[in-house]
Design a binder for this molecule. Structure first.
Ligand code: ARG
Length: 299
């Protein structure tokens, strides 16, 4: 009888420790990040791991906070609701800060920038955004590209896909005439699939930041502090340089499930201002496979 009592005491104690360690707030030691891992070089799957700029920034932040990082791959348009309802702690997904999203979540300080561009087939009659009227435009559901294009050209001209690489497949198959997506993933898709090129748009530079629940200001502050330290230490620039190198030797993901032959990397060197490098960094020389180098300015 006595043994049973001691045993159950131990059990209660063990359960209490378990509850203490796993419940939210200050005691949590795990940082659960949500992303949509079909957005190279920010996030993509390599082997069975999610890699990319966002994954590495989150890992570096988690290390600073003494937390273990867990990454969940989900639909892009589920990320904001998941942050808001607490099923993930943070979303890092090349996510643009918008006023509409700010109604549901808080955003961290920005760590990179992007611009929406148009991907077309090399022989396309679409030469600029002026030619988009009446065309079938592919987008990733719920992205800023989707929002701008739907507003400007109407729902009937927009085909939504659950990720960028499916939208690009639809372009290759002739189901859409172009794809509107962020510039860095666009460069990756064009490098992986023959016969595509990138056009510039007039859409302005967007700031990428991490989304965190409105009621979790503690994590927001910790994240921003860690991000500032990592920026000061040169770690953020180092991560970005690894995936968007100034010498053009990009860490490109495995080619898509695409049937088309992988494109030869072009030898053309184009000077561009790398839009993903933090503001203080200077001009970089990047190799581009696009005929027209997309020029964008760091925020
Ligand atoms: N920057 C765009 C947005 O925030 C697209 C981001 C898509 N990200 C992704 N991981 N699929 O709407």
């Amino acid at each position: 009888m006595k043994h049973v009592k001691i045993l159950s005491l131990i059990l209660v104690f063990a359960l209490a420790i378990g509850a203490f360690a796993s419940c939210g707030g200050k005691t949590t030691k795990k940082l659960v990040m949500g992303t949509n891992a079909s957005f190279p070089p920010y996030e993509y799957v390599e082997g069975n791991e999610i890699v990319g700029i966002d994954a590495e920034i989150a890992q570096a932040v988690a290390e600073k906070l003494g937390m273990a990082l867990e990454i969940k791959d989900m639909e892009f348009d589920s990320l904001i609701p998941a942050v808001a309802n607490g099923s993930i702690d943070i979303a890092l997904a090349g996510m643009t800060v918008t006023d509409e999203r700010k109604e549901s979540v808080n955003f961290s300080d920005s760590y990179a920038t992007g611009v929406q561009v148009i991907i077309v087939k090399e022989d396309s009659d679409i030469a600029s955004p002026d030619d988009l009227a009446g065309k079938k435009i592919g987008v990733q559901t719920g992205t800023t590209g989707d929002i701008y294009i739907t507003k400007e050209y109407g729902q009937e001209n927009v085909s939504q896909y659950s990720n960028g690489s499916l939208a690009v497949q639809a372009l290759l198959n002739g189901q859409v005439d172009c794809v509107v997506i962020d510039n860095e993933p666009a460069k990756n898709y064009v490098a992986q699939n023959a016969g595509l090129k990138i056009l510039e748009t007039e859409y302005t530079t967007e700031n990428y930041a991490a989304a965190i629940a409105k009621n979790n200001t503690e994590l927001l502050e910790k994240f921003n502090k860690a991000l500032a330290e990592l920026t000061a230490e040169g770690k953020i620039a180092e991560i970005i340089e690894k995936y968007i190198p100034s010498d053009g030797e990009a860490v490109t993901p495995e080619p898509d499930t695409s049937e088309s032959a992988p494109v030869e990397t072009s030898e053309t060197e184009a000077v561009e201002t790398s839009e993903s490098v933090p503001a203080e960094s200077s001009e970089t020389t990047a190799e581009t496979t696009s005929e027209e180098a997309t020029e964008t300015t760091a925020a």
